[in-house]
Write a protein that binds this ligand. Structure first.
Ligand SMILES: [Zn+2]
Length: 414
């Protein structure tokens, strides 16, 4: 699951027709399926077991035969990303506040690492769940069925059985998943409006509250940084910056995807000077810059002039914003339009989000809580940090010794 991660890709294993393989593109596809649910620089752990027509696999590429060549690699990659994305979209990914404490998490990860090291690649597909946090995205895909296969809902896949998830503390309400599915499809095309205090709020009153997301009642703000909220199943603490970053991000991702001719003219054009090499690189990447509505016109040998910019730029920060975006393509010469748009959306959502130590009034706090469940992924900020953590009623009762913990004897001593 997205909250159990490692700093390298090496904990992600691919098995094709029972053989442990390495394939960079498929690994990338798995990570892409997680999207912003992963922290920046963190990678998922797990075993992806793929069964496909043997005729599509050429094992003779690398002497160790770990690197195989696959026909239809692109389709398979797409299928993998979509299957993981669809599956994760169904989950309530709010970390339990107590599980999230570093002490306990380290314990779980060490145990899991030990388990992984002991297992030889051959036996990996049949790894049985151990205690503690587990990753079970064991996505089985039959490539022969590519054309017919839609990303399948969980209940039909034996490895992703919903009932199977019952014992995991974070999935508290599997019965709500079906309701969420319906809602998710309705909302997929909706734009989530930004929450900025000085802008009028568009009317979105007809969007139902999310079923997988708790119905939060705002309680209070802490240190101008966190929001406290309650629902029937416990207490929630939200990071207000992460929450608003998420709301903004989904808005900008949409706005940036639809490059409109809606441009703001600058009273004073911005002139940017670069080295000769950088100027060449900028000219090479004009298409990427223009994909989000950024137009750099030649202005002498190594200089450019910008006369207008997309309307979603933040007033007063136009020049810094443009320079930052140009830097991205200078630093990564192979940046794709998709990656550039994604970075732009994250940057804008951060620039426009309320910062820590900023006191919201009750109305603003409530508005934020109301917009959050409308997000496609209300659980993480675009950088992958959690938006909210949950103290379940049981957690609270345990903390105050209102109930005895009879069957988890080992964990309650601290
Ligand atoms: Zn963030």
């Amino acid at each position: 699951m997205p909250e159990t991660t490692r700093a390298s890709r090496n904990y992600l294993s691919l098995v094709v027709n029972g053989r442990y393989i390495k394939n960079f593109q498929l690994t990338k596809a798995v990570i892409a399926g997680y999207g912003s649910k992963l922290m920046v620089g963190r990678y998922p752990m797990g075993v992806i077991n793929i069964e496909m027509d043997a005729a599509l696999v050429d094992v003779n590429v690398h002497p160790t035969k770990a690197e195989v060549r696959l026909s239809k690699e692109d389709q398979l990659s797409h299928l993998l990303s979509e299957a993981i994305r669809t599956r994760l979209a169904k989950e309530n990914l709010i970390p339990d506040a107590l599980d999230n404490l570093p002490k306990r998490e380290r314990y779980d990860l060490d145990q899991l690492e030990l388990t992984l090291n002991k297992i030889s690649p051959k036996t990996m597909p049949s790894v049985q769940p151990q205690q503690g946090q587990q990753l079970r995205e064991n996505t089985t895909t039959n490539l022969a069925d590519t054309a017919a296969e839609e990303p399948t809902p969980a209940p039909t896949s034996p490895d992703l059985e919903i009932g199977d998830l019952d014992d995991q503390p974070i999935f508290k309400e599997p019965q709500r998943l079906a309701a969420w599915d319906q809602r998710y499809q309705r909302l997929a095309s909706n734009v989530v409006p930004t929450l900025v205090a000085d802008e009028p709020e568009p009317d979105i009153s007809h969007v139902e509250s999310a079923e997988r997301f708790p119905n939060l009642t705002y309680l209070a703000q802490v240190h101008g940084t966190y929001l406290l909220a309650e629902s029937g199943d416990g207490l929630y603490i939200l990071d207000q910056h992460a929450a608003q970053e998420r709301v903004n991000y989904e808005y900008y991702r949409q706005a940036i995807g639809e490059v409109s001719n809606d441009q703001q003219h600058l009273l004073v054009p911005i002139v940017l000077d670069y080295s000769a090499a950088d100027a060449i690189s900028i000219r090479d990447h004009r298409d990427v810059l223009e994909s989000v509505g950024l137009y750099l016109e030649d202005f002498g040998q190594n200089s450019f002039v910008v006369e207008h910019h997309p309307t979603w730029f933040k007033a007063g920060q136009e020049e810094d914003t443009i320079k930052e975006m140009v830097d991205w393509v200078l630093r990564d010469g192979r940046m794709t339009v998709a990656a550039f748009r994604e970075k732009t959306a994250i940057m804008m959502s951060c620039k426009r989000a309320i910062k820590a130590n900023h006191h919201l009034d009750d109305r603003q706090a409530r508005a934020l809580l109301q917009k959050l469940p409308e997000c496609e992924n209300p659980f993480n900020c675009p950088h992958g940090r959690p938006v909210l953590v949950h103290f379940s009623n049981t957690d609270l009762e345990k903390m105050f010794k209102r109930i005895q913990d009879s069957h988890e004897s080992g964990e309650m001593q601290a």
